[in-house]
Design a binder for this molecule. Structure first.
Ligand code: ATP
Ligand code: MG
Length: 440
């Protein structure tokens, strides 16, 4: 790949840069031969519209990663896109209209019309974006994106990458920076703080100084962002395979105290923590490290498992009368797990079902280590809905704490044999459990 044009990229809002960086991308285009989004781009271009691959897929292709999805941006308006794909497209979104073009049962190509930077804000000194829906040019569309590495366009038919924002150079230098002034771009959508952490850790990029400063300054503003978006980004960070790195950055820029205040308080001060808090932090880090290696091994981490992992240690402390910080004597482990999850559940608008499952996963951690009661049927416990996730968390805890492996192995064996039981055998286990209950 060779650059045939070089400019410094536009670092501030204003008129679009006169000439973008353009590089040959033949190798990349050859590597995505047959990709369905190319058919969408081809038809749009043949009908006189501009169309490109944009955003995350261009970035990922440049660094040799497999993109999760291939998004298309075009000069065609949603209705014009619909007309070109009458049978396999539909418009989605009310506030911001996109067209989904479908090929087969597997691939849906998100096709968005170029948008310009939004003008509206929610108040005079307030930069938060409330409206984001003005159509624009390809260059404007690149400029309103969040980070330079996410702002490049790929034209598969001219076999070129077109860079209006300095993303090529930043990717080469390993730098994550906002497009334009970070002291404007971060406050206008504080969720970008979490996105910056995600991209920096996932791609191993260094966060540019001003961008980092704006992130630290803007951490508090995240409390004003839509809770479901914030929760979604936290869950993505947990499942990214770089949860530990993300957690360290979240703590250092002060954002953990805003998005997960109970956890942040539980872990204590970032600098100069006492021995108890130091130990909590090192335990929690070890747990995230175990989680990351599990993600690298291909384990899927459910929302409930993420929540259970985040809050398990707090529940242990709150369920113990000698370490409890909340008022009143602790109830049983299950009740305390409910108390601890309650705040997060209502603030983050998590589904009742996920919170209920997280609560059971936390509660079940106790069962792994407790002696069996008379009524307890291990096989039935192994067949309960959350058991595989609970055992998985127990495994991560063993890995983090470096102990408990014998117990883990024994439970793993019980699970292996429980899943081979046939219906009659399960029924007989149930009968025995009921019988014991009656006798009591
Ligand atoms: P991933 O691989 O995690 O999906 P992505 O870069 O594709 O990463 P998306 O969240 O799918 O990220 O968004 C697609 C593109 O839309 C981004 O690359 C970016 O250009 C733009 N974008 C997404 N969210 C924002 C935002 N909050 N502000 C500005 N631009 C954004
Ligand atoms: Mg994406």
């Amino acid at each position: 790949m060779s650059r045939n044009n070089h400019n410094k990229g536009n670092r501030s809002r204003g008129p679009e840069p006169p000439s973008p960086d353009v590089i040959d991308a033949s190798d990349i285009v050859d590597s995505i031969d047959g990709e369905p989004s190319l058919r969408v781009i081809s038809r749009l271009q043949r009908n006189g519209f501009e169309a490109y691959l944009v955003g995350g897929c261009v970035r990922d292709l440049l660094v040799g990663l497999t993109p999760k999805d291939f998004d298309v941006a075009t000069s065609a308006h949603p209705r014009q896109v619909r007309r070109l794909f009458p049978r396999n497209s539909h418009v989605i979104g009310r506030r911001f209209r996109l067209v989904h073009v479908r090929y087969g049962s597997q691939s849906v190509i998100e096709t968005a019309t170029f948008r310009a930077a939004p003008q509206e804000t929610s108040g005079e000194d307030d930069l938060l974006i409330v409206e984001d829906n003005t159509y624009g040019t390809a260059a404007e569309d690149a400029m309103r994106r969040d980070f330079t590495v996410n702002g490049m366009l790929l034209d598969p038919y001219r076999r070129q990458i077109i860079d209006h924002v300095g993303g090529l150079r930043d990717l080469e230098d390993g730098v994550l920076r906002t497009i334009g002034n970070p002291f404007i771009r971060i406050p206008e959508d504080p969720v970008r703080i979490l996105r910056a952490i995600k991209f920096a850790t996932r791609l191993g990029l260094r966060i540019e100084e001003d961008t980092w400063e704006a992130m630290c300054d803007g951490a508090e503003d995240l409390s004003r962002s839509a809770p479901p978006r914030v929760t979604e980004e936290i869950l993505r960070l947990m499942r990214s395979g770089t949860a530990l790195g993300a957690f360290n950055k979240m703590r250092h820029c002060g954002v953990l105290g805003v998005v997960l205040p109970d956890l942040d308080e539980f872990l204590g001060e970032v600098e100069g923590a006492d021995r108890i808090h130091e130990k909590r932090v090192s335990n929690f880090r070890a747990l995230l490290e175990a989680l990351d290696s599990s993600v690298h091994d291909g384990v899927d981490v459910s929302t409930a498992s993420c929540l259970a992992l985040l809050f398990h240690d707090i529940v242990e402390v709150e369920a113990n009368p000698s370490t409890r910080t909340q008022r009143g004597k602790p109830g049983d482990f299950h009740t305390v797990a409910g108390e601890v999850l309650e705040d997060m559940a209502s603030n983050a608008r998590l589904s009742r079902r996920d919170v209920g499952r997280a609560r059971r996963i936390i509660y079940q951690q106790r069962i792994f280590t407790a002696p069996f009661g008379r009524r307890f049927r291990p096989a039935l416990f192994c067949l309960s809905e959350e058991f595989p996730e609970s055992l998985d968390l127990f495994r991560l805890r063993c890995e983090a704490e470096g102990e408990g492996w014998d117990l883990y192995k024994a439970w793993e064996e019980r699970y292996e044999s429980a899943i081979t039981l046939d219906d009659d055998e399960v029924e007989s286990e149930r009968r025995q459990a009921r019988r014991r209950r009656r006798r009591k």
